[in-house]
Design a protein around this ligand. Structure first.
Ligand code: 5GP
Length: 348
């Protein structure tokens, strides 16, 4: 009687296996899902168990999923348990606690400068649980601003090269946001084309005033991409492509930019017993690549997937540069035509 029929759509931000859930009133009635699945929540009438269907699933019957409040409550409880345990003997709760924190940390300005992306474990108020995100269908209207295309890549993906190639093929349609740098201008370079060349003082002031979506140090010079640089590409009615450290994703996920996030990872061959020469994944020119290199690449992809996977719209497995470019091109073309799920807060 109190059941409210709703048609709310949620993107799942975690994997759920009802058969492993001891709290469920009926394991058989549970709806299993994976992170990234879109769930149509047909009833939020019960405080603890919602009823939902997976979008794109032929199964017409709804199943039980934990409500957001309930999931939040039990995660918070596990954290509490975790903090009460000795950290020397990490049990499952402690591990989940740290995984949860790592996934949900917010970088301070200072942290953002480094590339390490260490979690700020002490600040518990920043903890936000990854449970569901309410989403809605969105299709770009003909004279609407293009969505920002954000490329993130794991070790060996060489996303800058991909980005440059796709733009070079179609410079009227796609463009990069021109970064700022404190390094001296080279003779062939033009202000505002390759970079905006600025002094260290000017750069620091901009950074202080949150003008950059990301910045970093390279060979003792500062480099960064400003929000204005993205806006100025969009004002020309071009699609703006940026490649950033995944730490920048959070700041970019706004209604203004409606970022479409593509995670590029090189196809990494299976372990080989012999350490022999092979061609580099991603079509690189490195002649020799060791098992250790491959292991590092696997780890890098795994870490990004774990920490940022919930913010990724599309994974692009890069076999070689040419095929990855072709795939990226086709993704960009579809982005203007097709309908995508975006957070409800982006569409008013
Ligand atoms: P170059 O000085 O040779 O033009 O660029 C050197 C390096 O600066 C690039 O390979 C890249 O790693 C870094 N870089 C260029 N633009 C940016 C940017 O907007 N942000 C960051 N973090 N690094 C950049």
């Amino acid at each position: 009687d109190k059941l409210k029929e709703s048609k709310v759509y949620m993107r799942a931000l975690f994997d759920y296996t009802p058969l492993e859930d001891k709290a469920t009133p009926c394991q058989e009635a549970g709806l299993p899902f994976k992170r990234g699945d879109i769930l149509q929540v047909v009833s939020q009438g019960d405080q603890t168990w919602w009823q939902a269907k997976r979008v794109g699933d032929c199964n017409l019957r709804a199943g039980l999923i934990p409500s957001k409040q309930f999931q939040e409550r039990r995660l918070a409880y596990r954290i509490k348990l975790g903090t009460l345990q000795s950290s020397k003997s990490p049990n499952k709760a402690v591990c989940e606690y740290f995984t949860g924190l790592r996934r949900s940390f917010r970088l301070s300005r200072k942290d953002r400068r480094g590339s390490s992306g260490e979690a700020n474990v002490s600040d518990q108020n920043d903890t936000e649980f990854l449970i569901y995100e309410e989403v809605t269908c969105y299709q770009q209207k003909p004279n609407e601003r293009h969505r920002l295309v954000v490329l993130i890549g794991s070790l060996g993906a060489r996303i800058n090269e991909l980005k440059q190639k796709v733009i070079a093929e179609n410079p009227h349609r796609y463009a990069v946001a021109v970064p700022h740098t404190t390094r001296p201008k080279k003779s062939h370079e033009k202000e505002g084309v390759e970079y905006h060349f600025v002094t260290k003082q000017a750069f620091d002031a901009d950074a202080e005033n949150n003008k950059f979506i990301e910045y970093g140090v390279y060979k003792e010079n500062l480099y960064g991409t400003s929000i204005e640089a993205i806006r100025s590409v969009q004002a020309k009615n071009k699609m703006c492509l940026v490649d950033v450290q995944p730490e920048a994703l959070k700041a970019l996920r706004t209604a203004e930019f409606k970022p479409y996030v593509i995670f590029v990872k090189p196809r990494i061959p299976e372990s080989r017993r012999r350490r022999s020469a092979t061609t580099s994944p991603g079509g690189g020119e490195h002649a020799r690549i060791t098992e250790e290199d491959l292991q590092e690449m696997r780890l890098s992809a795994q870490q990004i997937d774990q920490q940022y996977g919930h913010q990724v719209d599309r994974v692009l497995i890069k076999e070689d540069t040419a095929s990855a470019c072709a795939e990226l091109r086709s993704i960009l073309e579809r982005l203007e035509r097709e309908t995508f799920w975006v957070p409800v807060s982006w569409v008013k």
